[in-house]
Design a protein around this ligand. Structure first.
Ligand SMILES: [Zn+2]
Length: 54
C-alpha cells in the first residue's frame, strides 16, 4: 500500500515531498535555518532589551 503523506516544512510551510532527503524540511536551506535557530536557543544569549517598558 502506497500511502501518500504530505508533510509541511516547519520552516517555510511548503509541501515536503515524502521522498525528500531533507525531511521534515523541504530543502537544505530550511534544514540549515532550523539548525541555526536551535543552536541560537541552545546558547540562550541574553537579548539586550531595546524597548525598556519600565
Ligand atoms: Zn522549507
Amino acid at each position: 500500500m502506497n500511502e501518500k503523506v504530505n508533510m509541511k516544512c516547519p520552516q517555510c510551510k511548503n509541501i515536503v515531498e515524502i521522498s525528500s532527503e531533507f525531511k521534515p524540511f523541504c530543502s537544505k536551506t530550511c534544514k540549515n535555518l532550523d539548525f541555526l535557530n536551535w543552536a541560537n536557543e541552545e546558547k540562550s544569549i541574553p537579548m539586550p532589551d531595546d524597548s525598556t517598558s519600565d
